[in-house]
Design a protein around this ligand. Structure first.
Ligand code: F6P
Length: 489
């Protein structure tokens, strides 16, 4: 793999804890004067890893763009911390994988194939079609996974714990075990897992490689029991593995892998503090002015095909068409942030969201009422402002590993918010009792659920929101991370 990464190995090999994920905790851009500017990212993994505050921990990630690649190439063995970058509480090794290999692995296999399989997104009469092009992408995915396994093997101290994240890196556990049998290896899936009938759309050798790759781990973690059992079902059906559904274990080829369920929760302390900073207050004031005292239905998503934004808009349109009493009394605030814009399907989906939003405004707007406010540019403080304002939050994914928006809104809400929640979101397992739950494909039922949320009495809404917030914060990111580390022994 020496041709794929800057160098085969670092001179250290002393990290007691390692994390591996495609997207790392920092990213770079190039300023006008050609210097590199570093930006720190957020999210569950970043705050989870902060629990161990161990500067000798190493996070291995991929360079995602040209500026990242330059930073990785300029750093010794890709170690950004050793090049003097302020990367946070741990060391970061960024892999300078060549752009073509990276694009094939990330866009071709991870995002266009494995993501589609786990979220059941294919229009199966015509897709997928696993042809020679796919085989080239699969070779790149093998190389990309091998680059990660090489880097982890080089950085890890004897007996270290390695936590590998997500569908991008499903082959890493088995590759790493072969290179370093002394390591304790965990894999965590942040997505749903497909049922066997759907998972076996993958070519047989690819399906086998993905399953046996993850089974190379000592523990395979999932966000809900439903996804863990789906993985076990696939191992049983496709590999003939032995599954114990009570102990949650999968035994294959003489090795047993333990399955873990760790339902990542919202980071209440961070959110409550961040949601009351001046930049959020400013945006809240602007939103309030735009909404003009009317009720609000809020949704905040990355524009992923699995988020079901189009059917959400159709449901809102159905509400306005069938219940005219809401005209001039409600505003739908929809934030659909850019995601994976390299993929044509994602760009087309965003265009469809914009087209439909325009159609709804054309049909219902009056000189004094704009029924739908859509933003497609990313603005985190504005999202928090919308969370605070929302009377109803619409979270209706086709399928979702967890969906943290469903957990964040109740934590941040100013006066209580009814949650309309898809039964196909992982968060359903913990929030169903106090949410209004929907079949995400049923537009009329979703419109009815919006109406039920909008008419829910204020005290009931506030009570439910309190219980939702308690359930949503049961496993904060730091504990979520420590639990997995401790379970590795
Ligand atoms: O939400 C699921 C997830 O797989 C996260 O674990 C991960 O951070 C993200 O999607 C990957 O998205 P991107 O392609 O933007 O890096």
């Amino acid at each position: 793999m020496g041709d794929l990464t800057t160098e085969r190995s670092s001179p250290t090999g002393t990290a007691p804890v390692l994390v591996a994920s495609n997207r790392g905790p920092v990213s770079f851009s190039t300023a006008d004067d050609d210097t590199l500017t570093l930006r720190r990212g957020g999210g569950g993994l970043v705050s989870g890893l902060s629990a161990i505050a161990d500067p000798s921990a190493v996070w291995v990630c991929a360079a995602l763009g040209d500026a990242d690649r330059r930073a990785a190439a300029e750093a010794p063995h890709g170690r950004l911390d050793l090049a003097g970058h302020d990367v946070g509480g741990q060391a970061v090794r960024m892999l300078d994988i060549d752009p073509e290999t990276f694009a094939r692995a990330y866009n071709g296999v991870a995002n266009s194939t494995l993501w589609f399989v786990h979220h059941l997104l294919y229009a199966t009469p015509t897709a997928p079609a696993f042809d020679a092009g796919f085989r080239t992408e699969w070779q790149a995915y093998l190389a990309y996974n091998a680059a990660f396994a090489d880097a982890l093997a080089a950085e890890a101290a004897p007996g270290a714990a390695v936590l590998v994240q997500d569908y991008h890196l499903s082959l890493v556990p088995a590759l790493l075990r072969a290179a370093r049998p002394d390591l304790r290896i965990g894999h965590f899936s942040h997505t749903p897992w497909a049922p066997p009938e759907y998972f076996r759309l993958l070519p047989d050798d690819v399906a086998t490689a993905v399953l046996t790759g993850i089974l190379g781990a000592d523990r395979a973690g999932f966000l809900t029991r439903r996804w863990a059992l789906a993985f076990a079902d696939c191992c049983e059906a496709l590999l003939g593995a032995t599954v114990d559904r009570t102990a949650l274990t999968v035994t294959h080829d003489g090795r047993t892998t333990f399955l873990g369920v760790h339902g990542l929760g919202a980071d209440a302390d961070f959110l409550r503090d961040r949601a009351h900073r001046p930049d959020v207050d400013e945006r809240l004031a602007a939103l309030r002015e735009a909404v003009g005292g009317r009720r609000t239905v809020v949704r905040v998503d990355r524009t992923e095909l699995s988020k079901n934004i189009v059917r959400g808009l159709l449901a809102y349109r159905h509400l306005l068409r069938t219940r005219p009493e809401w005209h001039d009394r409600v505003v739908h605030v929809a934030f659909a942030y850019p995601s994976r814009t390299d993929l044509a399907e994602y760009r087309a989906y965003t265009a469809e969201v914009q087209r439909l939003a325009q159609e709804i405004n054309d049909e219902f707007a009056t000189p004094t009422w704009q029924p739908l406010i859509l933003h497609v540019d990313d603005d985190f403080p504005r999202s928090l402002a919308a969370y605070r304002l929302a009377d109803v939050a619409l979270v209706n994914p086709i399928r979702d590993g967890m969906n943290l928006v469903a957990k964040e809104v109740p934590v941040v809400s100013d006066h209580g918010c009814a949650l309309v929640l898809s039964r196909e979101a992982g968060a359903y397992a913990e929030l169903a009792d106090d949410a209004i739950t929907v079949n995400p494909y049923d537009i009329i039922a979703t419109a009815d659920a919006l109406h039920a949320g909008l008419t829910m009495p204020a005290d009931e809404r506030a009570d439910r929101t309190k219980r939702l917030a308690a359930a949503a914060t049961a496993l904060p990111p730091q504990q979520w991370f420590l639990d997995q580390l401790n379970a590795l022994g």
